[in-house]
Every structure is written in C-alpha cells, then in structure tokens.
Design a protein around this ligand. Structure first.
Ligand code: MN
Length: 746
C-alpha cells in the first residue's frame, strides 16, 4: 500500500504514523537493512519490518547508548547482523524490537497485537534471557549457564537474536567502563561463543571470540595478531602463487571451484599455543586456502590434486566429511609443505558444507524460500536431528521434527534453577526444592523446613521449573523426614536423607540395645556392676564389631541375643543356654517402623540397616549375600563379586539376605556398548531403553581408538528394576545391527 507513494521523509506517508518523532536520522541505516533483505528474499513483505523499526524507534526515542549515540542504532545493527545471516522476517523484527520490553516498558500484549504471536514469543524469550545473571568464575558454572540458556528457549531464533545482540554489544564495547568490558568479554568467551560453536555458527563464534580475547588479554591479542600478520605478509607472494596453481590444476581436471585465502583467527591460535604448548611456527594451519566446490566427489578429487602437487605433512589429513564434527561441521583438511618451505593448510568443502560451517543452525533459515525446496529442508532437518542425537537426547525424533521450527528444547531432562544469589543449579526434571537444598549444601538440605520459589512459599514436593529462583528456609536442629524420599529426584538428596535417617535410627538402636541388655541382666540376675568396659570391648570384638556402641546397636536391631551377650560378658555369673533359638528384642518394633524403601532384608529379621555395595551394585533378582560391615550395617554384594569373596574369610560376618518384596526401587547399571560408527545407533539404543521404561542417567559416545576410529563406544548408566529386565535390554541391544558387544561395567 505505502509502496504507491514514495516516502522521502520516513513516517510521513504512513497511514497511521506510529511516532510523531522524526526517524529520518536512522532512515539510511534502515534502507540498507531493507536492501540486504531484498537481496536474499526479493518477495519479502517489508511493511512489517518497517513497522517494527518505527515502533522501536518511537519507544527508544530520547534514549542514548553509553557512546552517546541514539539507542536505536543498536537494534538496527542487530537487525543488520541477522539480515547478513539471511534470517527470516520474524527474526529481524525481533532484532528490532528486542529491547523494548526490557528498556521501554512495552508489554508483551502490545507486541503481540501489533506483530503477532511468533514475534512476541521471540521478544519474550530474548527479554527472559536478558534477566539471567550470568556471573560465574567457575568453568562448571559456565557449562550450566550455556545449557540453561539453550534449555530455556522455545524457539532457537531467540538464541540467534541473542547472539546477534551480543555481537553488536561486543563490537561497541569500547564505550563501557573497563570493569564492564571485562565482565562482558568473559561472559562472551565462556557462554556465548561456546553456544555459537555448539550451534555450528562458525562465523559469529569467531568474531565473538576474537573480540572477547581482545578485551580480556589485550597484550596477548596484539602479540598474536602481529605475528600472524607478519607471517602472512612475508608469505603473501607464496600464497598468491599457491592459489593460482590450485585454480589452474582444478580447472584442468574440470573441478569447479572458488579458492579463498584464509588466516587463522587470533583467539584460535592463542588456544592452540596454550593447549599444545608449541610456538607459533609450529602452527601448521596458520595460513590456509579454502577450496569450495560443488560435490563431495570433487572434494576428494581436489584433495588428490593438492597431494600430488605438494608434500602432505603426516598426521594432518582430517576427513570431517566422512566423520563430521559434533556440531555437524564438514570439510577435508590437510596441511602441506608449500614452495619455499612454507607450511599451509588446505580446507576443501562443498558450498553447502561451507554455509553450515559459517552459519550452522542459522543456515536452516537460509534460502528457505528458495527453489531448492524440500531436499534442502530435509537435509537441515537431518542436521538438527543428528545434532540432537549427539546431544544425547531421548525422545521421539519424528515428534521432534514436527516441532523443531518453533519449539526446540534441547535438554528436556534437566531443569535449571537459581539460588537467590544467582548461582545456577542443574537438576533432573521434576526435582523438588529438597533436591535443590541438598545441591547447595548438605546442612541446608538437612535443616530445610520450607521453600520459596520466585518469592512465594511452595510445598516441598513442588516440581521446579526452568528459571525458578529458589530460596530454602532452614531451621537448626531440624531433621529430614522419611516422606522426602518420596519426592526427591537426585541420588545425592536421597543418600543424604537416608544417611540422616539411618544415623538417627542407630542412635535409637544403641539406646534400645543398652536398655535391653540391662533389663535382661536384671531378669537373669547378672550384676552389670561387675562387668567392665574391657569385658564389653572384648565381646564386641568377639562379634566382629568395632565399638561398644556397635554392640548395643546390634542388640537394638535384634541381631544378637541379649542373653548370649550376657553369657559372654559374665561367664562366671551365667551358664550358657542349652538351646538358643533366635531371640527377638521386643522393643525394636516400637522404634523401628517398616520402611517401604527397604529393598533387601536379612533373612528372617526386619529392620536391619542394609545397603547395596558400590563395588558390584547388585540388582534385584541377582544372587546376593550380606556382609556385616563394622558400624555401617550390612553390605549386600552380588554373590560372585570378587570383593566379597575376598572378604568372606571372616565367615562369621557373612549373613544371608534376600530381596524384599514390593519395593519399587530402581538400580543404576553401567554398560558399555561397542558398535560400528554409524548414524542412528544412538537412536535405536535410546528407543530400546525408552520402550523398557529405563531412565538414562548418563550416556556418552566416543570413537573407539583401539579400532583406529572405526568403531564407537557408548558408555551409559541406566536405571533398571531387576535382573530379568537388564537381560532383556542387553539382548535387544545386541540385536541392533552394527552392535558388536555389550558389557556391564562395575
Ligand atoms: Mn540489546
């Protein structure tokens, strides 16, 4: 509509001018943006983009950046970065509007009614990310923050806008105070550049890293940049010569190509020097040429031509086409010794590989409206799917594909919550405030009496959500409750709670045991006054327990008979009983209630402290044996555990145990799967576990070095209910084509 009337002055021809303020100062910059968009998408309707531009300009009116420029230049440049990446209209509108909610008090509803749900959703996402405090000095935290950022966004375009926002802020970091420069640069290196890397966005990652490096370590940056530049200058003639040779040779073999010169970026050189402790002259890929051709076949053809011409440096040939990097980067790399002894790297790839290397996930939006159409799209989807597979996801890939365009959650199994001080705590899905409390500190967990989430009191079984700010209310001398075991999700919390409960029960057991012994002594006319501490210690040792307390505890649990103990304590006062049926301590029932969580029982006896040995991790259904460990209760081992066989020379400490009925406990089993390195295996693996309802606790795939990188090893920890289920899982995994072996690891 407005196209009918040329608009020399912005706003003047708008049917309903959104702003009475002149926006013409930004008009040239905005026009350039339009031109960029039209270059890639000639049919893109620009009205909505202009509308977003005018809206943002009106809202930011009067605001300035630290540099003194009008604020509006920032969203405009962010939109430029997105247009350079050939992002879609929603993304560019979001770029223009990304700060209006945060900085201008515009509501999301206003955005929604003016620009629609998609833009409003993205603006909301960017605003939410802006609220996250990303201060961390610890590397561990940085990884959590990265995962959290990715987990919090529903639409991956939010991350792309956020990266563009950060890139422009980094480009204009100069005007901020040195303090802020350091903080922002560090955050960029620790959080944003790795995210760009993970999403395969090589170009933006490179610039973020170099800018971050420049501000954090200006000395090292200048030094490295200078050495790179001087080496480039002195080899300039050689490089030109090499490029010409390559072009001619490739043309002669009918391999269509573009040949580009490339210099390794300063931060990447810096990392290499630091990591490999080498000098800059040993960096073989400092100078490189890049050959971009049309097909995979021609990539390998070009490689042959290069190796024919120059001598390859051994160990430097890398085939990332056959084995793409985890972020789906593909190329052939080789380093050769060029004329005059100048080593240089050659990277060979197709146009499409090039686009993915530069823009990664953003390449998905590129040329989407182009004619290449479906095949292109399917490749991108395959790319994302594989990305997700690499990220060790569970879940149905077809479901994922149907939602990937707008709803992308890369870590559905985890939830990220904050302490009031801004510390990120990573917890499993549906974790409770109690898990959070124990993740902060054992004492916080033990003394937890309540929790506030986002300022409001919640029940302790509340399921935490991404971004929740959790404050734990504590009270000294408070003890964990058994009920908590019903809703904690982390092993840490579970173990700590159990530990406290066991300890408290032990204290009770000691008390009961001592009283019981006294009572029994009175009944049998044994004078306890005549029993010495040494007597007690001797008898304790006799029973294989370390301390007198343990003797009492065992009595309290009903493991030994008080009469027997008294006979040993005062043989002069008491005759041994002719027959000693297993006695029961009548008091024990009162103090030790039935525990639903008990998975193993000592045969014929209730309420004895029992735990599963870590060394063999027996699972339900396996043959087991108990071993009375000093002061800790009874350790349950698998019958064929080599540890317990060594321990069993003390035959009197062996005790018969059995699996308790009805407990709903799961057991963590570690396995290694040896397999061919082919796509789809992880998918099949996870779907077997999924159909058996086995939770995956961890899963990691890596190349099998012993097989020269031909195979892969998948190490995983899964939860199983019992032995039979484990056997089923293992035999299903063995049936996957390409799987060579499965082993259970202790
Ligand atoms: Mn911004």
């Amino acid at each position: 509509m407005s196209d009918l009337v040329p608009t020399p002055v912005a706003g003047a021809a708008q049917p309903t001018p959104i702003t009475p303020q002149p926006t013409h100062v930004f008009e040239p910059l905005y026009r350039e943006l339009e031109a960029k968009i039209l270059q890639v998408r000639p049919n893109e309707p620009l009205e909505v983009i202009r509308k977003a531009y005018l809206f943002a300009a009106a809202k930011h009116e009067g605001q300035t950046r630290k540099s003194g420029e009008p604020y509006m230049v920032h969203p405009l440049y962010v939109a430029h970065i997105l247009a350079d990446m050939q992002m879609d209209s929603v993304c560019i509108q979001t770029g223009l509007l990304h700060d209006v909610v945060e900085d201008c008090g515009v509501t999301l509803d206003q955005i929604k009614s003016a620009f629609g749900d998609a833009v409003a959703g993205c603006v909301d996402g960017v605003t939410k990310l802006a609220k996250i405090k990303v201060y961390s000095r610890e590397d561990r935290q940085a990884e959590s923050v990265r995962k959290m950022l990715l987990a919090m966004v529903k639409d991956i375009r939010v991350v792309i806008v956020k990266l563009a926002d950060r890139l422009h802020n980094m480009r204009t970091l100069e005007s901020l105070s040195p303090d802020k420069q350091q903080r922002i640069a560090q955050e960029t290196l620790e959080v944003y550049a790795p995210i760009a890397h993970r999403l395969g966005m090589g170009k933006i990652r490179g610039e973020l890293e170099d800018l971050g490096f420049q501000y954090l370590e200006p000395g090292a940056f200048d030094e490295i940049r200078h050495s790179i530049e001087s080496r480039r200058m002195s080899s300039e003639d050689v490089l030109v010569q090499i490029r010409e040779t390559v072009k001619t040779k490739l043309a002669r073999e009918n391999i269509p190509s573009r040949v580009e010169g490339r210099v390794k970026r300063p931060y990447s050189v810096f990392q290499k020097l630091r990591r490999q402790k080498i000098s800059i002259d040993q960096v073989y890929d400092l100078l490189a040429i890049r050959i971009i051709t049309d097909s995979v076949k021609n990539c390998y053809g070009a490689l042959g031509i290069i190796h024919n011409e120059w001598h390859p440096i051994p160990g430097r040939i890398k085939d990332f086409i056959a084995i793409p990097r985890p972020n789906l980067y593909q190329s052939l790399h080789t380093s050769v010794m060029g004329p005059g002894g100048v080593a240089f790297e050659v990277q060979i790839r197709t146009e499409e590989m090039h686009r993915i290397a530069e823009d990664g996930i953003a390449a998905h939006w590129k040329y989407k409206e182009g004619k290449k159409g479906q095949q292109q799209d399917e490749r991108q989807i395959a790319w994302l799917r594989q990305l997700v597979e690499w990220q060790q996801e569970l879940g149905d890939p077809s479901e994922f594909m149907s939602t990937l365009k707008t709803d992308l959650n890369l870590y559905p199994e985890e939830v990220y919550a904050f302490s009031p001080a801004g510390r990120v705590i990573v917890l499993p899905k549906d974790a409770s405030p109690i898990d959070f409390a124990y993740a902060i500190h054992t004492d916080v967990g033990n003394s937890c009496v309540g929790a506030k989430v986002n300022g409001r009191i919640v029940p302790l079984k509340y399921a935490l959500k991404n971004g929740d700010v959790v404050e734990i209310l504590t009270q000294t001398n408070h003890l964990p409750s058994k009920d908590w075991l019903g809703y904690v999700k982390t092993a840490r919390a579970r173990n700590k709670i159990r530990h406290v409960i066991n300890t408290t029960e032990r204290v009770k057991a000691i008390e009961i045991g001592e009283k019981h012994l006294d009572r029994e002594a009175r009944r049998l006319g044994v004078q306890m006054r005549r029993v010495t501490k040494e007597d007690l210690e001797r008898v304790a040792a006799d029973y294989g327990v370390a301390k007198i307390e343990d003797l009492y505890a065992s009595l309290g649990y009903g493991k030994f008979s008080a009469r027997q103990v008294l006979t040993k304590l005062a043989p002069d006062q008491l005759e041994p009983e002719p027959e000693t049926p297993r006695p029961t301590a009548p008091t024990q029932q009162q103090s030790l209630e039935n525990d639903k969580d008990v998975v193993v029982r000592v045969k014929g006896v209730d309420d004895v402290l029992v735990y599963l040995a870590k060394c063999c991790n027996p699972i339900r259904g396996e043959a087991i044996v108990g071993y009375i460990s000093r002061g800790k209760g009874i350790a349950v081992h698998s019958l064929n555990c080599s540890n317990v066989q060594n321990l069993m020379y003390e035959i009197e400490r062996k005790i018969e145990v059995e699996w308790a009925r009805g407990a709903s406990e799961t057991f963590i089993v570690r396995m290694k799967v040896y397999t061919d390195d082919r796509p789809g295996i992880l998918n099949q693996l996870t779907s077997i576990l999924f159909s058996e309802n086995c939770n995956i606790r961890s899963l990691e795939a890596q190349g099998d070095d012993e097989r020269g990188g031909e195979g892969a090893i998948v190490a995983m920890a899964v939860e199983v209910k019992e032995k039979k289920q484990l056997e089923r899982v293992i035999s299903s995994i063995r049936r996957i084509g390409g799987v060579r072996d499965v082993e259970r690891v202790q």
